[in-house]
Design a protein around this ligand. Structure first.
Ligand SMILES: [Zn+2]
Length: 307
C-alpha cells in the first residue's frame, strides 16, 4: 500500500483548502466526515479548525457542498420555538404535536424530547397550551347550539346533552366561557330578550326614505331571522311544525325551520306575526316551484335490459 506524503509542502490557506477539496474529490461522492478526512488527508482537521475557525467554516471556504459533507442537524431551541410558532399560526385550532413539529424540522420526534426535555415544557415556553383545546367557539355558535338542542328536545336542554348528538358544542366550551351551564343558559336567555326588541321594528330597505337609491339588497336588514326571533317563534309554536305537528322530540329525523308566511322576497317582515315553525317537508312542499316540478324519474331509472 502506498500512502501520500503525510505533509503539505506549504500551509497557506489556499493549500489547506486545496487539500480539503482533494480529499473530498477522492471520495467520489461519498460522505466526507471529519474522521474520513483525518484518515485521508495530509493535514489534521484540527489544523483546519485553528485556521478557519471550525470544520464547518473550512468546508464552506473550500466550497464543499452539504451533499458531500452533510451538516449535522444542530437544532437550537430558538429554531424549534420559531417552528412551533409558525406551525401554531398556520394551523389555528390544531394541536401542536411533537410529531408535526419534528416532521417540519426534518428530524426524528424523539430528537426533540431528547434535546429539549418534556414536550409540554417547550410548548409552555412558547405560550401554546400543552393540552389541545380543540376549536374555540364564538358566543353566537354556543347560543345557536343551545337553540338547536332546545328545538331538538322541545325543551331546555340538559347539561349532559351537550356532549351527545346533535350537539356540536361540548359542555366544556360553556363551562370555560360562562363558568357553568346555568350561567350559560342565563346568557342565552338574556341574548334572546335583548335582541327581541329592535329587530322587529327595523324598517325594510324599500321603506327607507331615499327615493333616489336603486332597490339594491340591503344587508343591514337580512333575510335571515336572528336567533332571538327564531327562539321566540319556535317556542311559541312549541317546537312543532304548525302544519303537520311533526317535532324532533317525537321523530329525530324531523328538521324544523322558521318560515316567512309572506315571503321575504315579497316584502314579508322579520316579525313574529309573519313567522311560523315548519318541518322541512312542509316547508319544501309549500313552494309552488317544487310542487309543480316533476321529478325526472325516467332519466334516473335504470334501463331495462333487452334480450
Ligand atoms: Zn310539517
Amino acid at each position: 500500500m502506498k500512502f501520500d506524503l503525510k505533509t503539505l509542502e506549504e500551509y497557506s490557506d489556499d493549500a489547506l483548502l486545496a487539500e480539503l477539496r482533494r480529499v473530498a474529490e477522492t471520495l467520489k461522492g461519498q460522505r466526507l466526515s471529519i474522521d474520513r478526512f483525518n484518515s485521508l488527508s495530509r493535514v489534521h482537521s484540527t489544523t483546519l479548525r485553528y485556521r478557519f475557525g471550525s470544520w464547518r467554516a473550512s468546508l464552506e471556504k473550500a466550497g464543499i457542498s452539504e451533499e458531500i459533507a452533510p451538516r449535522q442537524r444542530v437544532l437550537s431551541r430558538a429554531q424549534v420555538v420559531q417552528c412551533l410558532r409558525d406551525f401554531a399560526e398556520r394551523n389555528a385550532g390544531a394541536s401542536v404535536t411533537r410529531d408535526a413539529i419534528a416532521a417540519q424540522l426534518g428530524v426524528h420526534a424523539t430528537t426533540l424530547t431528547r434535546r429539549f426535555g418534556k414536550w409540554e415544557n417547550l410548548l409552555a415556553a412558547v405560550g401554546i397550551p400543552p393540552v389541545p383545546l380543540g376549536r374555540r367557539y364564538t358566543d353566537e355558535e354556543c347560543f345557536e347550539n343551545i337553540l338547536a338542542l332546545w328545538t331538538h328536545y322541545g325543551r331546555q336542554p340538559h347539561f349532559a346533552e351537550l356532549n351527545q348528538t346533535p350537539s356540536t358544542v361540548g359542555s366544556k366550551a360553556y363551562v370555560r366561557r360562562w363558568g357553568g351551564w346555568r350561567k350559560a343558559l342565563g346568557a342565552f336567555v338574556r341574548r334572546v330578550n335583548e335582541t327581541e326588541q329592535g329587530s322587529e321594528t327595523q324598517p325594510r330597505p324599500e321603506e327607507s326614505s331615499a327615493p333616489a337609491t336603486p332597490p339594491v339588497p340591503d344587508l343591514a336588514v337580512p333575510r335571515s331571522i336572528n336567533l332571538s326571533l327564531r327562539y321566540t317563534v319556535l317556542s311559541r309554536d312549541r317546537f312543532r311544525c304548525v302544519l303537520c305537528g311533526a317535532s324532533p322530540a317525537k321523530d329525530v329525523a324531523t328538521e324544523l325551520h322558521v318560515d316567512h308566511i309572506t315571503p321575504w322576497s315579497r316584502g314579508g317582515l322579520n316579525v313574529t306575526e309573519n313567522l311560523r315553525t315548519l318541518c322541512l317537508r312542509c316547508n319544501l312542499g309549500k313552494g309552488s316551484r317544487i310542487e309543480n316540478a316533476q321529478p325526472s324519474v325516467a332519466a334516473d331509472a335504470p334501463q331495462a335490459s333487452r334480450r
